[in-house]
Design a protein around this ligand. Structure first.
Ligand code: ZN
Length: 386
């Protein structure tokens, strides 16, 4: 849900959209420019005479930017392929500045799988670094300076990605491994808090160091890590809380839907009576869609008797009255809708649930979740709020 903001879709993998976050889009030209400026020094580091390299420094800078992009993509696909293989479901892949996010609709069930899923990304990057490093060494006496220089840089970028992501702190992959290791003892919320605290601490150190050596790049990375660590902790707290709150506690019950065969004139009257901009449409008591006020209004008054909600409604996503609020929130995200029709065990409309209901539940029960977790130091007690 959260990484969908501020990103651009660039492709897809087995039907999973691949998006690029704006932080990566911003950093690539900066990186290209900085690399172009430090071109001669970089060539010396790779033990390649800069005058023997084809193309301008700016072009090489662009090449390095594309190389980073490709390396982040391969790293992230490694996570995704593993998650799919272990029975997880991935909703979207977002490529970011120093890694990415594979948004899981369904996480692999065991904490051990989460740790392994986190590990395969950095391992893939390090493996690529070793391969490109090996090729660089093999090319040393062949005078293929351009290829040697390119391989040297691909090796460096992948080594950086691999090692950086192994730092034991959120939002890096290492943070996930730490979290998985602590979850058994502390429960997911507190384990996440530890990993997130480490991430924030590391971000502050990074930022201070970056400020001391006047490196804006490090400061930007520090801000990015800090925000990521906080976001992760918030998300896990939210999940732990909402998983224990049944939809029945948060929904607006007893709302009368509009029958699918009613006239729009009746529908308009129902919307006014309930003081709503949207109402569920029912067929034999079961929810089948949503009717918004706006399209009804657009139908001229004299024609409202001839149309029914069936022609104007949008399909409804539903959640069972006994399902939990986290499931409901995920379903809203999957269908990209702000509200759900709540159904009773027999499939009939029991009420409605929208985003503000879920937020209210979060505010009400968050504190209780944290108290419970402190009380249950060992094991993961399933306690539902009364
Ligand atoms: Zn990763």
């Amino acid at each position: 849900m959260r990484a969908a903001k501020g990103s651009l879709q660039v492709g897809s993998f087995r039907g999973i959209p691949i998006r690029v976050h704006f932080t990566l889009l911003l950093i690539l030209p900066v990186l290209a420019f900085m690399f172009g400026g430090a071109f001669r020094e970089a060539a010396r580091m790779a033990e390649v005479p800069p005058e023997r390299l084809l193309g301008s420094p700016a072009l090489w800078g662009l090449g390095v930017a594309v190389g980073l992009f490709a390396s982040v993509l391969v790293h992230e696909l490694a996570h995704t392929v593993y998650a799919l293989w272990r029975g997880g479901r991935v909703r979207a892949i977002t490529l970011m500045m120093v890694g990415g996010v594979s948004e899981l609709t369904e996480a692999p069930p065991r904490p051990k799988d989460e740790a392994l899923m986190a590990l395969v990304g950095p391992l893939t990057s390090i493996f690529l670094a070793v391969v490109f490093g090996g090729v660089t060494v093999l090319l040393q006496d062949t005078r293929s300076f351009n290829l040697q220089f390119a391989c040297f840089y691909l090796a460096s970028l992948n080594m950086f990605l691999g090692v950086f992501n192994l730092l034991p702190a959120f939002p890096m992959d290492g943070g996930r491994i730490v979290r998985a290791a602590l979850t058994g003892r502390l429960g997911p919320v507190r384990a996440t808090r530890v990993a997130s605290g480490l991430g924030r601490g590391m971000a502050v150190l990074f930022g201070l160091y970056g400020a001391l050596v006047l490196n804006p790049f490090l400061v930007v990375i520090a801000v990015f890590i800090y925000a990521g660590a906080e976001g992760e902790a918030r998300q896990v707290r939210m999940k732990a809380t909402l998983e224990r709150v049944p939809v029945s506690l948060l929904m607006t019950p007893g709302l009368v839907g509009v029958d699918v065969a009613a006239s729009l004139w009746e529908a308009m009257w129902a919307l006014r009576r309930e003081k709503k901009v949207v109402l569920p449409v029912t067929e034999g008591g079961r929810p089948v869609g949503w009717l918004w006020l706006e399209p009804v209004r657009e139908v001229p008054e004299e024609e409202r008797a001839t149309f029914t909600p069936r022609e104007l409604m949008r399909p409804a996503a539903v959640v069972g009255v006994d399902e939990n609020a986290w499931t409901a929130l995920r379903r809203m995200a999957e269908h990209e809708v702000p509200q759900l029709a709540v159904v009773a065990a027999d499939g009939t409309l029991a009420g409605t649930l929208d985003l503000s209901d879920v937020q209210r539940g979060l505010a009400l029960y968050q504190e209780r979740t944290e108290r419970n977790e402190r009380a249950a130091r060992r094991g993961w007690r399933q306690e539902r709020p009364a």
